[in-house]
Write a new protein. Structure first.
Length: 353
């Protein structure tokens, strides 16, 4: 019987350097990735292309990171702080212009250039007349009213900035304090107002508007109508729900304040049929849908009241004849007509014409 030939098995010894080399490459790759994430990954996430921020006093870059984080414009305040440890950067008091999509390196180089500008505060009022609004804002920034008026008619600029036409753009002027450059021109004022408007429309408000089937500017337009109809906070969500019902049913809004705005006569105390005949895109007795722009500037709480509208089935409402400022709501025209007659009789008795 033949003997089986023994097969000699040989084993190749592992190269001691292989695991170390792979480990080194892996570590290097992770380090490069970490450096990219800390320094070069886009970290500024403002809703608008430009974000203006007023810093009331000198601050370290770490403290500035906390402040910007409160404004919800940093994706990661931690990576910004890590990047800032390699730079000796302090931010001076003043107004800053940050840009959407900046990485931490861009932010830090921007701060290192000492870009803060002297600021002043202007006040956007609650007001019905656009002419008065333009005059007041122009006076605040020290320009001619015609200059601001012309800028607000620059359709190409407004469209490029916001996507809005020159009527809807008036939605951007939210009442309250606005920080602007101490030497501010008309176009810069528009930029500042739009940046503030974009930040106002946070995720919660944007989602609420979408759920209602409205764009942000449409919410402001509707809010201006609601505020012109009633100054009672508790009624605003009800009135907003009523107008949303009419919009959804393809009905005209038939809002008296839109007629007053269309006439540009804010001393009209009572709207008659003759007033309702005015030819204007703002006349909601003649046109369906929302008017092209707001009929006044409105307090910010009104916008939130409209976003929190009450769902119901009412499509008519009328002021109560007790002159309390409250309203009575109705589902049918027959009910509404009875309520309207009572109110009209009261106005007649008071000789309001």
């Amino acid at each position: 019987m033949a003997k089986k030939k023994k097969i000699k098995r040989t084993y190749k010894a592992e190269t001691p350097g292989m695991p170390i080399r792979w480990y080194a490459w892996g570590t290097l790759a992770l380090a490069i990735l970490a450096l990219y994430y800390v320094f070069l990954f886009p970290n500024f996430k403002s809703r608008s292309e430009k974000f203006y921020y007023y810093l009331p006093g000198r601050a370290s870059s770490h403290y500035l990171a906390d402040l910007l984080n409160e404004e919800n414009v940093l994706k990661s305040s931690l990576t910004f702080k890590l990047a800032a440890t390699l730079f000796d950067v302090n931010a001076d008091e003043g107004l800053y212009e940050f840009k959407k999509g900046w990485n931490n390196l861009q932010i830090l180089f921007y701060l290192k250039g000492k870009p803060a500008k002297e600021a002043m505060t202007i006040d956007i009022p609650v007001i019905r007349s656009r002419k008065k609004l333009i005059n007041l804002l122009a006076k605040e920034i020290g320009v001619e009213a015609d200059s601001l008026k012309a800028a607000l008619k620059d359709s190409l600029y407004l469209k490029e900035l916001s996507g809005l036409d020159n009527e809807a753009f008036y939605s951007v002027f939210l009442p309250g304090e606005l920080k602007v450059y101490k030497t501010c021109n008309s176009y810069q004022l528009i930029d500042f107002a739009y940046s503030r408007y974009e930040q106002f429309w946070n995720n919660w408000r944007a989602e609420k508007a979408e759920a209602a089937g409205l764009l942000p500017e449409e919410v402001v337009i509707l809010s201006s109508i609601v505020y012109s109809e009633s100054k009672l906070k508790e009624e605003m969500p009800m009135i907003a729900g009523l107008y949303i019902n009419r919009l959804n049913n393809n009905m005209r809004l038939e809002s008296d304040p839109t007629v007053v705005f269309a006439h540009n006569r804010f001393n009209i105390r009572r709207v008659f049929n003759k007033h309702k005949q005015v030819k204007s895109k703002y006349n909601t007795y003649r046109n369906k849908g929302l008017p092209p722009g707001p009929i006044s500037t409105i307090p910010l709480y009104v916008i939130d009241s409209v976003l929190n509208f009450v769902p119901h089935r009412f499509i008519y409402f009328c002021a109560k004849d007790d002159m309390s400022g409250c309203h009575v709501f109705a589902e049918t025209f027959e009910e509404h007509k009875k309520n309207a007659i009572l109110y009209q009789k009261k106005l007649d008795s008071l000789r309001i014409k």
